[in-house]
Design a protein around this ligand. Structure first.
Ligand code: MN
Length: 391
């Protein structure tokens, strides 16, 4: 089996269309540059029919980054496909990504179409996409709530019509890892080696990364994901998490992933700068606390040997260094380390005094800044110089 897992980044499409994440054409081009440095395999640049801005962004990204494979989204209709094709005209490696919902709930309430009509639309959209691009992806929206036999019929038909990648989105974040693995395993077996089976998971139950990883173990070879996990509602599968899980646990995921992991944190920072919010502090990989230690036992272990409390080197994901946060849970070992980092050499009595004052102050605060610690040190040094006899 092909062991290469393709990373399909949709930060600029699914991510960008969620609240607080709109970007201008210039901002999208800037982010695309970082995604190119990060080495994502496919960059979904927008949904050209949705707005002139999206159309322009796709065009600009194709022009600026000719080496990257750029995808543009299109509903399964001629107007959308033609608009996507127009936007991709300047691309060296264009991909048209066309989709239609396949679940009964979407057919009945949203599309008001029969299963037969949707099957016909899907095939027609893939056929017309192939007139403009050799690389065509088809997505069966809401695949995880679709009747499996019908889903299989649609998948086989779009592959026969020329789709090289078949994406099975968990559009509403409803699936579980075991269920998702069963679905992907069945479709991968049915479609065979020449088709890339892709996943696109949402995080409504906090399972997007787990579902994507279970899918890889079952045969998925493309993961759709976003920086910082942004995207509709609770977001998409987080790129940094799914990539690091596969890289770090290669023993469980014997696959190849082409991302330059040192660019993960810089990409997260740039996105935060461009949109209205950043990752929560305790977010895996890129959160402010992801490599921070406050508890004394942890700090002591960490200072003796980093791997006691860290499973990855922060520099491997582009975070400059681990942080020891000095707060009420911290111990002497970390405090002493901080004093010497700040340029002070304290004797035992001075360190004891600084530690006493530090714990009293830290009890009332959520963590101490370097300037506050420095003020404590200077007070203690001043006292010990003024009244040496009292010591
Ligand atoms: Mn989505």
């Amino acid at each position: 089996m092909n062991n290469r897992v393709y990373i399909f980044d949709t930060t600029l499409r699914d991510g960008e269309q969620s609240p607080g994440c709109s970007m201008t054409v210039e901002e999208k081009v800037r982010m695309a540059g970082k995604l190119a440095e990060l080495g994502v395999d496919i960059l979904e640049a927008g949904f050209p029919i949705a707005s002139d801005g999206d159309f322009e962004a796709v065009r600009a990204i194709c022009r600026e980054y000719p080496t990257i494979r750029v995808a543009a989204l299109a509903r399964a209709c001629n107007l959308d496909v033609e608009r996507a094709a127009r936007a991709l005209e300047g691309a060296t490696r264009p991909r048209i990504h066309t989709f239609i919902a396949t679940s009964d709930i979407h057919l009945k309430y949203k599309l008001k179409k029969s299963r037969g009509q949707v099957l016909d639309d899907a095939v027609a959209a893939v056929e017309s996409s192939r007139k403009y691009a050799d690389d065509v992806e088809f997505s069966a929206e809401d695949a995880t709530r679709t009747d499996l036999d019908y889903l299989e019929e649609v998948c086989k038909a779009v592959v026969a019509a020329g789709a090289g990648t078949v994406n099975l989105p968990d559009t509403v974040g409803y699936s579980t890892p075991d269920e998702h693995a069963a679905l992907i395993g069945r479709m991968a077996k049915t479609l065979g080696q020449n088709v890339i089976v892709s996943v696109h998971c949402h995080d409504d139950l906090g399972l997007a990364v787990a579902n994507s990883l279970a899918a890889v173990q079952a045969g998925a070879r493309q993961i759709e994901c976003t920086i910082n996990g942004i995207g509709e509602r609770a977001g998409n599968c987080s790129l940094e998490e799914v990539v690091m899980a596969m890289k770090l646990r290669h023993d469980r995921f014997p696959v190849e992933v082409g991302v330059v992991t040192e660019q993960l944190y810089p990409a997260s920072r740039l996105l935060t700068e461009l949109i209205t919010f950043g990752p929560q502090p305790n977010k895996a990989i890129v959160g402010e606390n992801a490599f921070a230690h406050e508890a004394g036992i942890h700090q002591d272990g960490f200072l003796k040997e980093r791997t006691t409390y860290e499973i990855m080197d922060p520099r491997s994901v582009g975070v400059p260094e681990s942080r020891l946060v000095l707060g009420k849970h911290s111990g002497r070992h970390a405090l002493n380390q901080r004093c010497s980092d700040l340029g002070y050499t304290l004797d035992r009595a001075q360190l004891d005094e600084v530690y006493q004052r530090f714990t009293t102050l830290a009890d009332r605060k959520k963590g101490l800044r370097n300037e506050e610690i420095e003020a404590l040190i200077q007070d203690v040094i001043a006292i010990s110089q003024q009244a040496p006899a009292a010591r």
